[in-house]
Design a protein around this ligand. Structure first.
Ligand SMILES: C[S@@+](CC[C@H](N)C(=O)[O-])C[C@H]1O[C@@H](n2cnc3c(N)ncnc32)[C@H](O)[C@@H]1O
Length: 225
């Protein structure tokens, strides 16, 4: 389990992800307000981005914006993409409540695939890409996202827009039908091309007074050498 020394303010309340378990903040619709199992990834993002001033980070399927805020707080320029207007408004509010509203964050309401095809055409590049795709979703104009059909082509587009000296790549997922091993294999290309390390495994939330872990999702992440 990785430790994190980053405090984010979400929904106006402090999140203390000392370990991967953050303090939940309840929302009125059965949502704790953040994805606390991602906390160890936020710490990892901070480590990869710190000292690389102006690193360009792309956060696809950004939702509540935890990874966007962790990147922005560490000095990156962030492009945050989500197909839901409500989710973008929510994430923007989180940036404001965290005192990060003046950081360089582009908020893009778009379908992830459509956006990525455009980025390839524009020859835009990023030092880091974070993506947390759902098993099934819809783009801003109703485009269908199906992970079993769309993940690999999307990863290929992601690899095309990585800069010559990338810093990080993080793929995570929930109920996707994939295993952590397959996620790792899906990004092996990065290690072959740039060296560095790939870690993979399960995302979990630790019970505060016991060693028990609540499994929540899977991840694979590549760090530059
Ligand atoms: C699993 S959540 C991501 C959670 C995020 N990691 C966080 O910490 O808040 C998936 C997000 O993908 C978005 N989404 C679904 N289909 C999409 C698509 N085709 N293009 C872009 N975003 C999409 C949803 O609106 C939702 O916000």
């Amino acid at each position: 389990m990785l430790y994190l020394d980053l405090t984010l303010k979400l929904y106006g309340k402090k999140v203390y992800p000392k370990q991967s378990g953050a303090k939940p903040v309840r929302r009125p619709f059965k949502h704790v307000g953040v994805f606390p199992e991602q906390a160890s990834n936020w710490g990892w993002i901070k480590k990869q981005v710190s000292g690389k001033s102006g690193a360009r980070i792309l956060n696809l399927f950004g939702y509540t914006g935890g990874a966007t805020l962790a990147s922005a707080k560490s000095g990156a320029s962030v492009t945050h993409v989500d197909a839901s207007k409500a989710a973008i408004t929510w994430a923007k509010g989180n940036a404001k409540r965290s005192g990060l509203e003046n950081r360089p964050i582009r908020w893009i309401l778009d379908d992830a695939k459509t956006f990525m095809k455009r980025e390839v055409r524009r020859s835009n590049h990023y030092e880091g890409i974070i993506l947390d795709p759902p098993a099934f979703g819809r783009g801003a104009k109703g485009e269908v996202w199906k992970i079993e059909r769309d993940l690999i082509p999307l990863l290929d587009l992601c690899f095309e827009v990585l800069s010559e000296k990338p810093a990080l790549f993080l793929l995570s997922g929930y109920a996707s039908g994939y295993s952590a091993i397959s996620y790792k294999q899906n990004i092996l290309y990065l290690k072959e091309k740039f060296g560095g390390e790939i870690e993979s495994g399960e995302l979990a939330i630790k019970e505060s007074k016991s060693p028990r872990l609540l499994p929540a999702g899977i991840f694979a992440r590549w760090s530059a050498p």
